[in-house]
Write a protein that binds this ligand. Structure first.
Ligand SMILES: [Zn+2]
Length: 314
């Protein structure tokens, strides 16, 4: 309807201008039409067309990342972050933050029981899920004994966290935990979003699976590292969720196992179900308030105890 109306307006003007100008005018019109904001169609559909990536934003340093994390989080200061000596392999967010990580490698003369990928902050408004990663890295810094080979990613969604007003989604408005290429993504992800969440922008799975730099990088990291288990930290549902074919942890600290099922495009669906890599989802009790130091330690002890029991996979 809008297109037809637009075409007749163009035709009207084409009729009254001389032919030398026609080509230029038509080209300009087409350009304008295809660059009209989506909002002219419907405000609701705006989220289906996220802002394109900004390749011109230069990559920020780990130092800058730590500065900004220190400014944002009450429980992690700049120094806490810098002293972790996080590294980057060039993976970056849309806004140019490095997708930083730390490896605790096998130690000489000791073969690890397995490889563990520990990740926090896939949802940018879950502050505690990033802060606790730094507390747990402090423990690994002290006690890493080579029992497991760890890769720790404290903040998979720096753009969501480090905006002025932190948000669950990444800078392009995509819920990264709905953007993984689970087998059912094409059939179900957008359908589920429309029919079950009524296009809640906080659950937008993206225009296609793996449309986001963060999920592409994390998926590559899974392929490269080939973990025996993935632990993903969230808040604030106060529970442990699990996807995989080994025994789930019944309890981690005060958090008890409660199976929630999977969503199209979630990490649990992609890694836990499709790739058969067990995924433990730790849902802390509060997004804004950290567990006590004692509880942080108890959870850690319980995680390691569970890993020792279940990994290597039988
Ligand atoms: Zn979450």
């Amino acid at each position: 309807m809008g297109i037809l109306l637009y075409q007749s307006i163009i035709n009207f003007f084409l009729g009254i201008i001389d032919s030398a100008m026609k080509t230029t005018f038509l080209a300009l019109s087409l350009f304008v039409f295809f660059h009209l904001p989506i909002s002219s169609a419907s405000a609701n559909e705006q989220v289906t067309d996220p802002v394109p990536p900004s390749p011109l934003i230069p990559m920020k340093s780990i130092k800058q990342l730590c500065l900004d994390i220190g400014q944002k989080l009450g429980s992690v200061d700049k120094q806490d972050c810098l002293q972790q000596e996080l590294t980057s392999d060039g993976g970056r967010s849309t806004e140019g933050y490095p997708l930083a990580y730390k490896v605790y490698p096998p130690l000489e003369g000791k073969r690890p029981l397995g490889k563990v990928l520990l990740m926090g902050g896939i949802h940018g408004d879950e502050y505690s899920a990033v802060s606790i990663m730094f507390k747990w890295m402090d423990k690994l810094n002290l006690y890493h004994s080579g029992l497991f080979h760890w890769t720790v990613i404290p903040n998979l969604n720096p753009d969501g966290l480090l905006q002025k007003k932190s948000q669950r989604q990444n800078a392009r408005g995509v819920d990264l935990n709905r953007n993984f290429p689970s087998k059912n993504w094409d059939a179900l992800a957008l359908k589920y979003w429309k029919e079950r969440t009524y296009k809640n922008p906080r659950r937008y799975p993206g225009p296609s699976s793996l449309s986001e730099p963060e999920t592409i990088w994390f998926t590559e990291t899974i392929n490269r590292f080939s973990p025996d288990v993935i632990i993903a930290v969230h808040a604030p549902h106060r529970l442990v969720d699990f996807d995989g074919s080994i025994n789930a942890p019944k309890r981690l600290g005060n958090l008890q196992l409660r199976l929630l099922g999977t969503y199209p495009g979630s990490l649990g669906n992609y890694a836990g179900v499709d790739l058969n890599i067990p995924v433990v989802t730790v849902e802390l009790a509060s997004a804004g308030i950290m567990p006590t130091d004692a509880e942080i330690s108890r959870m850690w002890v319980d995680i390691v105890r569970w890993l020792r029991k279940e990994i290597p996979r039988k």
